[in-house]
Design a binder for this molecule. Structure first.
Ligand code: KIV
Length: 273
């Protein structure tokens, strides 16, 4: 994207109109945001996946607005060209429209240019309240990790015709309510393709195949910093866990052998003192 990505610019992007795919990556801190921005991504998502990737939790239900605002602020301090999207954590947009706006405002004041929330038609009143408060909203449908218990695990969604139809109706409702973009996670490629051609806002896929208007991955998955098995949809571009472990082991060996610190790495009193 030649111009800096703004909400209206992102909203206008559809591959069916000849636009390049949108590129979104998660980041949770200032160095991560700087790396993502230097690589030229369009959007940085401060995802609630910070719970699993950085904070060692089992699921995303463990983080609240305080935690998310803390990480949004850290990303915002990188001063990126990429549009920063703050993920609304579980229970921050489920109680009332007023509560939703106040919680989203915390992420905006922390430095996000937009917020993301999970769920379909049931979220329309919250989305409308956010849009009325001038807060841009990205939707998130399909495999929505905050619904892990309701879904019975992390499973590909919308595999049956009725569920695919419901997903399509959800997507249309979210677009009509004013979402500027839509994450589609863990859905069959054909379903993601149908949704993408049925809404005039961009879809950004993760485990949703190539038909979406953009793609998003989790920073730690792409760079090989994840603990455990990678999901099928992840392509890992580096093995930073091995690089970092080897570097730390080399330093530890140098300390133990006495070769660190060297003369050049040591402060000395001025000559003659
Ligand atoms: O929190 C997150 O990282 C997300 C992406 C998987 C879209 O919501």
């Amino acid at each position: 994207m030649a111009e800096a990505p703004t909400v209206p610019l992102v909203r206008s992007r559809k591959r069916s109109r000849g636009d390049d795919p949108l590129v979104m990556l998660t980041a949770y801190d200032t160095p991560g945001a700087r790396i993502a921005d230097a690589a030229g991504v369009d959007l940085i998502l401060v995802g609630d996946s910070v719970a699993n990737t950085v904070l060692g939790h089992e699921d995303t239900l463990q983080v609240d607005v305080d935690v998310m605002a803390h990480h949004v602020a850290a990303v915002a301090r990188a001063g990126t060209r990429a549009l920063v999207v703050g993920d609304m954590p579980w229970l921050s947009y489920h109680v009332s429209a007023e509560d939703t706006v106040r919680n989203a405002a915390r992420l905006i004041r922390a430095g996000a240019g937009a917020v993301k929330l999970e769920g379909g038609r049931i979220r329309v009143p919250m989305i409308e309240a956010l849009v009325a408060a001038e807060i841009p909203v990205m939707g998130h449908l399909g495999l929505t990790p905050q619904s892990v218990h309701a879904m019975g695990g992390y499973k590909v969604q919308a595999k049956e015709a009725a569920a695919a139809e419901a997903l399509l109706l959800d997507a249309k409702a979210l677009a009509a309510a004013g979402c500027f973009a839509l994450v589609l996670e863990g859905v069959p490629d054909v379903v993601a393709g149908r949704v993408t051609e049925s809404v005039d806002i961009p879809t950004i896929g993760i485990g949703a195949g190539p038909a979406c208007d953009g793609q998003v991955l989790v920073f730690h998955d792409l760079l090989g910093l994840r603990q455990g098995r990678l999901p099928k949809f992840v392509r890992q571009y580096a093995d930073l866990k091995t690089v970092a472990t080897d570097a730390v082991a080399a330093w530890a060996a140098d300390v133990r052998s006495g070769s660190f610190p060297s003369e050049a790495e040591t402060y000395h009193l001025p000559a003659g003192s």
